[in-house]
Design a protein around this ligand. Structure first.
Ligand SMILES: [Cu+2]
Length: 136
């Protein structure tokens, strides 16, 4: 089963999250149905709290995997961007209490803002559960 959220010509498919004691990584596929490039410029929690939210990319360095914040994540015209483990993700960071509170109901709701003004609320479910990740 797949979960979709569509607004205008942007479709978010299958959002899911993975949790560690001090962070939550949210993954999804974003499809751009426009004939113009669209860029993700902001991610935030639908209910703001003590956590910090950033868009991250994972890069390989001499020291191994490293995560870096990115300012904008652009999706080509009629293209799809896949945020997945080892690549792009939305990262929510906080202390363990804050992280626990966010995932208490097994749903992480984030709001994505694109450079064309579109805002989409996305409800991510835990990785591996129904509506969560699917493997190829
Ligand atoms: Cu990260």
């Amino acid at each position: 089963m797949l979960a979709y959220t569509t607004l205008g010509s942007i479709t978010v498919e299958n959002p899911y999250y993975a949790e560690t004691p001090r962070a939550i990584a949210v993954y999804m596929k974003i499809h751009n149905g426009k004939l113009k490039e669209v860029c993700l410029v902001r991610a935030e929690l639908a209910e703001p709290g003590m956590a910090m939210v950033e868009i991250h990319e994972t890069v390989m360095t001499e020291k191994g995997h490293e995560m870096r914040p990115v300012e904008r994540l652009c999706i080509p015209p009629r293209g799809t961007l896949e945020m997945k483990p080892g690549g792009y993700h939305v990262m929510i960071m906080g202390d363990s209490e804050t992280i626990k509170a966010i995932t208490a109901d097994k749903t992480v709701t984030i709001r994505l803002t694109f450079d064309d003004g579109t805002q989409i609320e996305v409800k991510a479910t835990p990785a591996g559960e129904v509506g969560g990740s699917h493997h190829h």
